[in-house]
Write a protein that binds this ligand. Structure first.
Ligand code: GLN
Length: 335
């Protein structure tokens, strides 16, 4: 007898997330964490420092197109480092896995997201989820000149969000005038032949991607698109080729939460990415995309409320990718 397991089907959903239960759990988590004021707003540029510490939203988009949202779901903010995920996908589409891997590694760093550090031996930036790696992947984006490259990047973001994308110009200008660390990294990588000499073009494109305006609902759709094998579940548009989704999710899993990635993988157990404006996206493959937005950050630059909410959601619904215990015999994390 030949066994032909359906390799495409997700883990059995032994804690079904019913559309009845989810809204009340989201409300409950929102109320529970709203009053907590731990953390600090990013203030390295004035546009981020203006954020309201009370802003807080949790949104879920399922792969069959249902949406659940609580809190400030329509409050717009700049995507910041969450953009790195999607630009990595575009670089893979432009060049293929091997060429991208030759320029950007896939190893977690244990260093801060803006560390000026390259792999000692290969001279590659460690991974595409930290600034150095993201600048390298951005430098790979194809196009005939700066405008064409920007338009290709915006078209890619449009496929994920399902509407016309806008950049926040004041944020872009501030990032551009103050981004000396990022410039230093770009020069270091040019020195080692990891990026080409069009440094200013690549840096502008990097600062532009960080300045994309999104709201929490958009982020949940972007995450759901990755959960749905690259197809936006609201528009049915293929945002990224399905063959690269596994690469994107792998680096999100191991490197997406900066130097907290290991603990995140252990506790939450899902591919994710955070940004300094306070967003976190989480992908539950074949099921849904989760987004949390709250600008108060912990010491590593991850949204403080966001991390707590995701830990709870994963625990309550048994979302950890390696969870195999039945619901009634699961061990709880006690912090
Ligand atoms: N614009 C920020 C930077 O380049 C993005 C960092 C982040 O969100 N972690 O430093």
């Amino acid at each position: 007898m030949t066994l032909t397991p359906d390799l495409r089907s997700p883990q059995p959903a032994d804690t079904p997330i019913s559309s009845d239960l989810l809204p009340s759990v989201l409300e409950e988590l929102h109320t529970q964490h709203q009053s907590l004021r731990s953390g600090k707003i990013a203030d390295y540029i004035p546009e981020l420092a203006k954020a309201n510490p009370d802003w807080f939203s949790i949104c879920v988009t399922t792969v069959d197109g249902q949406q659940f949202a609580v809190g400030d779901a329509e409050q717009r903010f700049t995507i910041q480092s969450i953009s790195k995920v999607f630009v990595y996908g575009l670089a893979l589409e432009d060049h293929g896995r091997d060429r991208v891997l030759a320029k950007v590694g896939v190893e977690p760093t244990g260093d801060a997201f803006n560390a000026i550090v390259l792999d000692e031996q290969s001279k590659r930036p460690y991974n595409p989820m930290v600034n150095a790696g993201a600048i390298a992947t951005t430098s790979l984006i194809k196009g005939h000149g700066a405008t064409d490259r920007l338009n290709r990047m915006l078209a890619m973001f449009e496929r994920y969000v399902g509407h016309e994308p806008y950049l926040d110009m004041p944020t872009f200008m501030s990032e551009r005038t103050t981004g000396h660390r990022n410039r230093a990294m770009a020069h270091l990588m040019l020195n080692f032949g990891m990026i080409d000499e069009k440094i200013d073009e690549a840096l502008d494109l990097y600062f532009q991607q960080c300045s994309l305006l999104v709201d929490c609902r958009d982020l949940s759709v972007m995450a759901a698109t990755l959960a749905n094998r690259g197809v936006n579940p609201l528009t049915n548009v293929q945002a990224v080729s399905a063959c690269y989704v596994r690469d994107i999710l792998s680096v999100m899993y191991t490197c997406g939460m900066y130097n907290f990635a290991g603990e995140w993988a252990y506790k939450v157990g899902l591919p994710a990415k955070s940004g300094v404006s306070g967003g976190i996206i989480v992908v539950v493959p074949d099921r849904m995309g989760i987004a949390v937005f709250s600008p108060l950050l912990d010491a590593r630059g991850n949204s403080w409320r966001g991390v707590k909410v995701c830990e709870e959601l994963s625990q309550r619904f048994g979302l950890h990718l390696f969870e195999c215990a039945p619901p009634d015999s699961r061990c709880n994390h006690s912090d």
